[in-house]
Write a new protein. Structure first.
Length: 111
């Protein structure tokens, strides 16, 4: 177990599978809604989930967690994947590897 300087758990490593206590809270408080594109389910109704699945050696730490509603958490069993880039932006990919998100033309207009 790793604690930050305030005593908050930031990493449970591989010894614990589920996000619990302060670590779970930290993950859920990073976002307002489910991280799946277009989902408006509030994080109070979400699960703290591993981005790199625990079954694939994903650690139970804040950097490898994000809030997903129960519906979208099940999509991982169908080949969907969610990652977070170094800037903290979430990316969700279909089983064929294409990203779910806004078309590039809309992103450039908003900039």
């Amino acid at each position: 177990m790793v604690l930050d300087r305030n005593g908050v758990i930031t990493n449970l490593g591989r010894r614990q599978r589920l996000f619990t206590g302060p670590l779970r809270d930290a993950i859920l408080f990073t976002q307002r809604r489910c991280i799946h594109p277009g989902c408006d389910r509030p994080t109070l109704d979400c699960q703290a989930d591993h981005t790199l699945p625990f079954s694939n050696a994903g650690p139970t730490n804040a950097a490898n967690g994000g809030p997903l509603c129960a519906h979208h958490n099940q999509w991982k069993n169908q080949g969907f994947a969610t990652t977070r880039d170094p800037q903290g932006h979430w990316h969700t990919y279909r089983p064929d590897g294409t990203e779910i998100g806004w078309p590039v033309q809309y992103l450039t207009l908003a900039a």
